[in-house]
Design a protein around this ligand. Sequence first.
Ligand code: PMP
Length: 372
Amino acid sequence: MTTNLLRVPPPQELLQPLAVPERLLLGPGPSNVPPRILAAGGRQLLGHMHPEVLQVMDEIKVGIQYAFQTQNRLTLAISGTGHCAMEAALLNLLEHSDTVLVAVNGIWGQRAVDIARRLGADVHELLKPPGEYFTPRDIEEGLAQHKPSVLFITHGESSTGVLQPLEGLGKLCHRHGCLLLVDAVASLGGAPIFMDHQEIDVLYSGSQKVLNAPPGSAPISFSERAREKMLRRKTKPLSFYLDVAWLANYWGCDGEPRRYHHTAPINTFFSLREGLAMLSEMVSGTRQAAGHRHQELLPTITTVRVPEGYNWKEITAFLMDNHAIEIAGGLGPSAGKVLRIGLMGCNSTSSNVDRVLRALRDALSRCHRSRL
Ligand code: PMP
């Protein structure tokens, strides 16, 4: 570059070394990445069509099948975060004017409504107050009233800490000619989920929570019923990047030779592979532990009311500044009301529980308390 034509000088900030402090991430995600997964992401690049990378993708596929407890052939990871998988699920399942029923008891249902409306679907909301979950009866009434082709529901509502019981919902949906789409971004690996047994048609999650991998890849799987609905589409999905027909080919799910679709985030996939490997090694222990928890509480995120008289922002800032611990305030309907403490994957240890409790005690003794 001819330097005398440069009107924008090199930014001073970029001439400094990258600054990344040590922090304990006990919010609702991302969680800390253990050395094995970090190291996988730091390996040298290979080409996105090299056989070794395709092999890693195959390993991710069986890892997701294990984590989801499914034999679905159409199982892969989206190159994007949980939102990207949510968009992929909705835009591949829904065509313009398709009817979708969205169970809304927190922010994730609200987001699904927003996405489905952008797609031009006929969207109906099944509402519950934040903090409550849906009973089979609620769902059945919604299905009978609106006759949707897809029901969206969130397994772990991370904005409120509610775990949605899924038992029987798949059967119920199928009796009403409807597909069941479940968001398990915040719950996978922390609360039991059995995709095939529970007759879930589309299930997706994220990489940066219990899987302890960096954000940027999102496991997703489609049942045979879901695949058939997508095959019957009259119009192409609105996104090329998230078109499952293309992704299925790139992930070797359609029996055809794999073609270039996009350049996969290869190192992100290396990390996801290791996250799934670690889950495979420890999942039985986690499931047992989760089985003893209160049924409607999300085991991965504990939501506690902000103690009377305290400002939540002051508490979270105090923990960050004085203890290098991240916890979060509320989100959507719980904003301003709760603190959210995440214990996910390798972060879920009793020493981290002790550490965050000590820090919280310290915060409550040193943060400002209003006299109101
Ligand atoms: N669904 C749920 C239940 C979540 O908790 C989150 C992330 N907090 C998402 C979807 C969105 O995931 P991401 O931030 O990775 O896009």
